[in-house]
Design a protein around this ligand. Structure first.
Ligand code: 5GP
Ligand code: ZN
Length: 142
């Protein structure tokens, strides 16, 4: 896509710090380095977000996540954890609309990354939980 910053990075029209590349994916350092080694893994094909993948491309891209994760772990033995984040659509913090997976190494509780998981367990009865699960299950493609 002509106006996409990540397509331009993949096509070398914009420089990047490359970490890994093969026929299907490109991985490079996120410019903001939320933590040291913060890496983005992207499909070379322009797909907007998770809703835009076909199964084959999803397989190619997501199969590379453990490869890059292990590389980070080997490169930074002081790493104590790894957050893998994939933002989809603006409300969910997506700012570049070429799908990408963030790999964010964690070095300690005071490093520059945080995430909040609320707990709304008490808001749902078991019947409501069952109804929610069934509503989703009906839509999962077989
Ligand atoms: P999102 O907010 O869409 O999940 O993540 C987009 C990421 O792309 C951000 O973390 C941002 O720092 C990164 N980013 C945006 N522009 C560039 C760029 O030109 N080069 C690199 N390496 N990263 C970029
Ligand atoms: Zn693109």
């Amino acid at each position: 896509m002509t106006d996409c910053i990540f397509c331009k990075i993949i096509n070398r029209e914009i420089p990047s710090y490359k970490v890994y590349e093969d026929d299907n994916v490109y991985a490079f350092l996120d410019i903001t380095q939320v933590t040291k080694g913060h890496t983005l893994l992207v499909p070379k094909e322009h797909v907007t977000d998770i809703f835009d993948y076909d199964p084959a491309l999803a397989g190619e891209v997501f199969a590379r996540v453990p490869k890059v994760a292990r590389a980070l772990e080997q490169a930074f033995p002081e790493m104590q954890g790894l957050n893998i984040i994939n933002n989809n659509k603006e409300l969910a913090y997506q700012s570049v609309f070429h799908s990408h997976i963030h790999l964010i190494p964690r070095y300690g509780k005071s490093d520059d990354f945080s995430i909040h998981f609320g707990n709304n367990q008490e808001a749902y009865s078991s019947e409501e939980m069952q109804a929610i699960a069934e509503k989703i299950a009906k839509q999962v493609e077989q």
